[in-house]
Design a protein around this ligand. Structure first.
Ligand code: FAD
Length: 382
């Protein structure tokens, strides 16, 4: 594989980073503190083409491949210092919209994708439930029953990113309980549908610039034309189509966050003096920098391999799971070590490393926990 990124991809990544430095980073601390969603930044991201980056051009997107999208996600977070907004972006573009792009009918794509590309519609994915997370398919309680030309959904979804502000959600529901995971269907649900409501905004430890809530369906009516892919093929077909995108692009945001925070920590270590000299002169500090730096590079290669395989049309379930596991473990380690470089200041709100520490906690949980990633990887060797 050729790991040299094309020049236009590098240039685009730099432009995305500059956008994030200029428009996102300056207000990140305040938005995190107030747990505030910014429609203004979201609109600007839409204007720059970021909200439809990997959608086909014929539906208003930018037509970027998986590698370009991965690199853009990385560079955005490198400049933004805002894990929450990167999460909202990933939830909208990858898990909320790509199922329609990859599995939707022509009519569904025409109806939704152009509005998702501009940000007129914001999307999310409703898979997790209050009682089912890792075993999302096996323990799913949300039911969809066909009645005439519509499906009637009852149940709820938990921890849904963009829940309070979203317009369109991909919602998984059981259509044939006897078939287990092969009896789950996916639906395109609009917030205006009768019987839809979103619960109160959940207060979070990190990723506070994104919004999260429960979604509740009480006899919610979904027109049959909003069934996504064939009945009973929702979980397996859509999961297969989008999961590897999620485990590559969303994880790349975490990688960019580490990279940006490492640069920030090196700057700090050069300026902070103890015992009459900059702390970067101490071997203990250099050791932290070297360990985080080398793990960033390893994560980057793993993510690029996964993205390149996607772009070649090859499945990458193992590669994307390994990339997710390695990057999120690096993220947790970096949150601790880069915090140590800042001493007591890592505990103070106005230092971005404090926000980074809280945001990092989600990485080993969302999109499949690290325990689940290890069992997927190990399953190859049974
Ligand atoms: C901020 C945030 C945003 C989220 N956004 C979304 C979203 O947009 N859409 C969505 O659908 N979901 C979303 N989630 C849900 C997230 O994907 C789940 O939290 C995650 O999949 C874990 O599920 P759980 O919390 O139910 O934990 P559980 O599945 O209950 O796991 C609890 C513990 O048991 C372990 N465990 C479970 N099963 C096994 C096993 N077989 N082997 C070993 N260990 C196991 C887990 O690793 C974990 O340590 C979000 C969560 C958060 C916190």
């Amino acid at each position: 594989m050729n790991f040299a990124l094309p020049e236009d991809v590098i240039d685009f990544g730099e432009a995305v980073k500059q956008f994030a430095i200029e428009h996102v980073q300056p207000s990140a601390e305040e938005r995190d503190s107030k747990e505030e969603w910014s429609t203004e930044i979201w609109r600007k991201m839409g204007e720059m083409g970021l909200l439809g980056l990997c959608f086909p051009e014929e539906y208003g997107g930018q037509g970027a491949d998986c590698l370009t999208t991965t690199y853009a996600a990385e560079k955005f977070s490198e400049g933004a210092f805002d894990g929450g907004l990167a999460l909202a972006w990933g939830a909208h573009t990858i898990i909320g919209s790509m199922p329609i792009v990859l599995c939707g009918t022509e009519e569904q794509k025409q109806r939704y994708v152009p509005k998702l590309a501009t940000g007129e519609f914001t999307a999310g994915l409703g898979l997790t439930e209050p009682g089912s997370g890792s075993d999302a398919a096996g323990s799913m309680m949300t039911r969809a029953e066909k009645k005439g030309d519509r499906y009637v959904l009852n149940g709820s979804k938990m921890f849904i990113t963009n829940g309070p502000i979203g317009d369109v959600f991909i919602v998984m529901a059981v259509t044939d309980k006897a078939k287990g995971p092969m009896g789950i269907s996916a639906f395109i649900v609009e917030k205006e549908f009768k019987g839809f409501s979103s619960g109160k905004k959940l207060e979070k430890m990190g990723m506070r610039t994104s919004t999260t809530s429960e979604l509740i369906f009480e006899d919610m009516e979904v027109p049959e034309e909003n069934l996504l892919s064939k009945e009973n093929s929702g979980f397996l077909r859509i999961g297969k189509a989008t999961l590897e995108w999620e485990r590559t692009v969303l994880v790349a945001s975490g990688l960019g966050g580490i990279s940006g925070m490492l640069d920030e920590s090196i700057r700090y270590a050069k300026n902070r003096e103890q015992f009459g000299e900059p702390i970067i002169n101490f071997q203990a500090i250099q050791d932290k920098i070297a360990r985080v730096r080398s793990k960033i590079d390893a994560s980057r290669l793993l993510l690029y391999i996964s993205a390149m395989k996607k772009d070649k049309g090859q499945p990458a379930p193992n590669e994307s799971s390994i990339a997710k596991l390695h990057t999120t473990e690096t993220l947790m380690e970096a949150a601790y070590e880069l915090g140590q470089i800042h001493g007591g200041y890592c505990f103070i709100h106005e230092y971005p490393v404090e926000r980074f520490y809280r945001d990092a906690r989600l990485a080993s949980l969302g999109g499949g926990t690290n325990e689940v990633m290890r069992s997927i990887i190990a399953a190859n060797y049974k």
